[in-house]
Design a protein around this ligand. Structure first.
Ligand SMILES: [Zn+2]
Length: 401
């Protein structure tokens, strides 16, 4: 599956996980619960539908690539299957949602025999739109702001029941979202850029899963793609949960490796993979020193809101430069509030040595974000190079073999 198709079809975290699982399965990965011994050296686990963990077993040191599967959008409110309004999921760039192709997607609950209530991933075949207010009625006036409840309810057309319109009339509940459905497109004179919804952070999910598939690892290497980053990571499968720890512990047990899971995690090296702001040529005033450019290579993020320190940054630069991959440093403008991601949670929750890295992009959280194809490719290659090395962390030292 190519990156365009992955971004296009991964409307919500549930779809992203299903698509990532299909990449893993076509490379011979199976659910970790089906693995019986160290001979089954690779496996995956889906947690609550929206998070995914995958591992290739190796030597008794652990190397991780962490990312998130969710992206900002609008969550639907409904009553008895009838749309009653919307609310924000995460912090989307709201003005980009007007007058563009959107879909309804998410998951619903179906009652099955034996008392089972089962979640099913769904998306609409049809499109919806949020029409902006016409210019003659005051739309586009300077300083225009949007009320989510007043201005952002999608035009659904003739729809008596939301669940029925999705082909699941017997659904008893659901988490449904209005999500960008713009097909990814190339732009730039040489077709060097990709514009698409969800580059933050499915470019990282894609790169890390593909890297795990393609690597020839010596260490035990794993990817963790968490749901709920955009809303604080405190769900049962978010980055603050115990799911990664449980997954690694299960994988070790199945493989008959007697390592202490906590110790393994706290001596792990992890890349926290998430989008990075690229330099916007129209707004140089928003940047200070350290603004990455599109096409400039993997971004290493340095700020108090990230977990990167001088040791993990130096290790990252060695891993990537040894593989012939360019890097650039991002430092947020000191007068502006910096965003955050899951790096600090991995550092404080697991004790791992973490470096925050990512693909440079413009228009973060818009319905169409922009990145360079070459950076997405470099990111995947960089993670393959990482998984192919042995990175060992001790008290005051990181060794890259
Ligand atoms: Zn992100």
């Amino acid at each position: 599956m190519k990156i365009n198709e992955f971004l296009n079809k991964s409307y919500t975290c549930y779809h992203a996980v299903e698509n990532a699982v299909s990449i893993l399965e076509s490379a011979g990965f199976a659910p970790i619960s089906e693995a019986k011994s160290r001979k089954d050296a690779k496996g995956y686990y889906r947690a609550d539908g929206g998070s995914l963990f995958a591992v290739k077993l190796g030597a008794e040191n652990l190397q991780l690539a962490l990312s998130h599967t969710d992206s900002p959008c609008l969550r639907l409110r409904y009553d008895g299957g009838v749309l009653s309004g919307v609310e924000k999921y995460g912090g989307g760039l709201l003005r980009s949602y007007f007058d563009v192709k959107l879909k309804i997607a998410g998951r619903v609950v179906l009652a099955r025999s034996g008392g089972a209530l089962r979640a099913k991933t769904v998306r609409s075949d049809f499109n919806v739109v949020i029409p902006s207010l016409a210019v003659h009625l005051g739309g586009g006036e300077s300083g225009e702001t949007f009320s989510v409840s007043r201005d952002m309810v999608p035009l659904l057309g003739e729809c008596e029941n939301l669940f029925a319109s999705l082909g699941v009339p017997d659904a008893i509940d659901g988490e449904l979202f209005c999500v960008p459905a713009t097909e990814p497109f190339e732009c730039g004179a040489s077709g060097e850029y990709i514009c698409s919804p969800r580059i933050d952070n499915l470019a990282s999910v894609y790169a890390s899963v593909k890297a795990l598939v393609e690597c020839n690892n010596k260490a035990t290497c794993a990817v963790a793609c968490f749901n709920s980053e955009e809303t604080g990571s405190e769900t049962r499968d978010g980055a603050r949960s115990q799911k990664l720890k449980e997954f690694i512990s299960d994988a070790l047990k199945i493989a008959g490796i007697k390592a202490d899971c906590d110790a393994l995690l706290s001596s792990a090296f992890a890349f926290s993979c998430d989008g990075a702001h690229a330099f916007h040529p129209n707004r140089p005033d928003k940047y200070s020193t350290g603004a990455p450019v599109l096409g400039g290579g993997i971004v290493i993020k340095r700020n108090d809101r990230y977990a990167t320190d001088c040791l993990t940054s130096a290790a990252a630069q060695k891993i990537f430069s040894d593989a012939g991959i360019k890097t650039q440093i991002y430092r947020h403008h000191p007068d502006l509030r910096c965003g955050s991601t899951i790096g600090l949670m991995a550092a404080s929750g697991l004790g791992a040595a973490v470096c925050d890295v990512g693909v440079a992009q413009l228009a973060m959280h818009s319905c169409a974000e922009t990145a360079a194809f070459s950076d997405v490719e470099a990111f995947k290659k960089g993670l393959v190079a990482f998984f192919n090395r042995e990175v060992r962390v001790s008290e005051n030292e990181i060794t890259v073999k």
